[in-house]
Design a protein around this ligand. Structure first.
Ligand code: FES
Length: 158
C-alpha cells in the first residue's frame, strides 16, 4: 500500500502537464508533501522518485539543497514562525525579538516546542522591510512586531 495518500498522488500528477519535464515537478511535489505532513519522510521521497522516474537520491538531493524541507526526524510544528534577521529588521530589533521568542517558547532557532505547536526559525529578508521588524507565520507576513505576547497569543488562535 502506498505511503502517500491518493489525494497527494493526484495533486502531484496534476502538476505534470504544467512543467517541461517530470524532474521539474520535484520541488512542487516536495512542497505538497511537506505542507501536508510537516516533513518529507523517506518513504515519501521514494514514492515521489518513482512517480517522477527519478532515483530517491536525486529527490533527496533536491530536497536538502533548499534547506527548507524537514526530514522525518525533525518535523515542523503546526506553525512555522520565521523571524527576519536581515539588515532593516536587525536595525529595528530583530535580534531582541528572536531572543524573546526563544525565551518564551523555550526553544532555539530551528527547534520545535515540545507540544508541537511552533517551530521557530530565522529568515533572511522576506521582502517586507517597510514593516521591520517582521516575521512570517507560515506564509503570512506580520509587520512591525512590537508585542511578542500578542504575537504568540495569535498563534494559539490559529
Ligand atoms: S530586512 Fe526584514 S523584511 Fe527585509
Amino acid at each position: 500500500m502506498p505511503f502517500l495518500s491518493d489525494d497527494l498522488r493526484q495533486k502531484i500528477l496534476a502538476y505534470l502537464p504544467r512543467y517541461p519535464s517530470k524532474q521539474a515537478v520535484t520541488v512542487p511535489a516536495l512542497h505538497l508533501v511537506h505542507d501536508e505532513l510537516r516533513c518529507v519522510p523517506r518513504q515519501a521521497i521514494r514514492e515521489i522518485a518513482e512517480m517522477l522516474d527519478l532515483s530517491p537520491a536525486e529527490v533527496h538531493d533536491t530536497m536538502t539543497f533548499y534547506q527548507f524541507f524537514r526530514e522525518e526526524d525533525a518535523p515542523l510544528g503546526k506553525t512555522r514562525l520565521w523571524v527576519c534577521r536581515s539588515l532593516a529588521c536587525q536595525l529595528r530589533g530583530a535580534d531582541e525579538l528572536l531572543d524573546k521568542l526563544c525565551g518564551k517558547l523555550g526553544v532555539k532557532p530551528g527547534q520545535t516546542t515540545p507540544d508541537g505547536k511552533v517551530t521557530l526559525e530565522f529568515a533572511e529578508c522576506i521582502g517586507a522591510c517597510e514593516g521591520a521588524p517582521c516575521v512570517l507565520v507560515n506564509d503570512e507576513a506580520r509587520l512591525n512586531i512590537d508585542n511578542v505576547d500578542g504575537l504568540l497569543q495569535s498563534l494559539d488562535r490559529k
